[in-house]
Design a protein around this ligand. Structure first.
Ligand code: 13P
Length: 248
C-alpha cells in the first residue's frame, strides 16, 4: 500500500516568526493523523526553527531546493549534507518555477537528485507540461523526457514523483481528476519501464491549485497518492483540511 503523501510548498513565503506561528497552531490539529505522511517545505531561512518545532511529531521537513556539490566556492548555495544537518528528510527538485526562472535543465535536476539521494535525502521530483505543450498534444512526450532524464542512473528508493501541470500552478485552474489520473497512470507506466515492478510502490502526487474543495476528488483517483500544495498550504485551516482529505 502506498501511504498518502501531502506536502506544503511554501515557496518564497513566511518569515521565521510566521513559520513558528503556523506550526504552533498546525501541529496539535494534525497530531492524530497517522495514515498520511505530512511534509512541510518552508524557505531555507525557516528550516531550523521548523525542525525544532516538529521534533517528535508526525510531520517531516523538506527543503525547496538544493545544490549538487558537496562543498566549496558556490556562493549562495546549500549542500545536501547541510539540509540533512538542518533536519530535512526530503528535498523538492525540478519544480517548474526553478526550471523556468532559474534555468534548471534536466541534467542539473538529475545531478541534484543523485546528490540528494547519496546523502540520504528523499526526493520530491516534479514534472509537468506547459499549456502550450498540452494544447499541441505533447504532454506525454514532455513527461517522458523529464522522467527519463531526471531519473537517469538513480535507484528507485526514496523518490516521490510530483505531477504538476504548469498551467494549473497558482492559476486556480486545477487539472480535472480524469486529467490527473491519465497523467499519473502514464507516469507510473514510465516508472515501470525504469524500475520494473517497483512502480507499484512509487508515490505519484499531484500539484497545481489543490484546495480543500478539490482534494477529495483528486485523491479518489487510483494513481493519485498525495498532493503538493502551494497557496492553500499557507493557511492552517485550508492545509489541515487537505491533510484530512476524505477517502471516496
Ligand atoms: P499552487 O497550489 O499555489 O497552485 O502551487 C502548486 C505548486 O507549485 C506546489 O509545488
Amino acid at each position: 500500500m502506498r501511504k498518502p503523501f501531502i506536502a506544503a510548498n511554501w515557496k518564497m513565503n513566511k518569515t521565521v516568526s510566521e513559520t513558528g506561528e503556523f506550526l504552533k497552531e498546525f501541529i496539535p490539529v494534525v497530531k492524530d493523523v497517522a495514515a498520511v505522511e505530512i511534509v512541510m517545505a518552508p524557505p531555507f531561512t525557516s528550516l531550523m526553527t521548523a525542525a525544532k518545532s516538529i521534533k517528535g511529531t508526525n510531520i517531516r521537513l523538506a527543503s525547496q531546493n538544493v545544490f549538487y556539490e558537496e562543498k566549496g566556492a558556490f556562493t549562495g548555495e546549500i549542500s545536501p549534507a547541510m539540509l540533512v544537518d538542518c533536519g530535512c528528510t526530503y528535498v523538492i527538485v525540478g519544480h517548474s518555477e526553478r526550471r523556468q526562472y532559474f534555468k534548471e535543465t534536466d541534467e542539473i535536476i538529475n545531478k541534484k537528485i543523485r546528490a540528494s539521494k547519496k546523502n540520504g535525502l528523499g526526493v520530491v521530483f516534479c514534472v509537468g507540461e506547459s499549456l502550450e505543450d498540452r494544447e499541441s498534444g505533447k504532454t506525454f512526450d514532455i513527461l517522458n523526457r523529464e522522467i527519463e532524464n531526471g531519473l537517469k542512473d538513480t535507484a528507485a528508493d526514496n523518490i516521490v514523483v510530483a505531477y504538476e501541470p504548469i498551467w494549473a500552478i497558482g492559476t486556480g485552474r486545477t487539472a480535472a481528476p480524469e486529467q490527473a489520473q491519465e497523467a499519473h497512470a502514464y507516469i507510473r507506466d514510465r516508472i515501470s519501464v525504469l524500475y520494473g515492478n517497483k512502480a507499484d510502490e512509487f508515490r505519484i502526487i499531484y500539484g497545481g491549485s489543490v484546495t480543500p474543495e478539490n482534494v477529495d476528488s483528486l485523491m479518489a483517483c487510483s494513481d493519485v497518492d498525495g498532493a503538493l500544495v502551494g497557496g492553500a498550504s499557507l493557511k492552517v485551516e485550508s492545509f489541515t483540511r487537505i491533510v484530512k482529505f476524505k477517502k471516496g
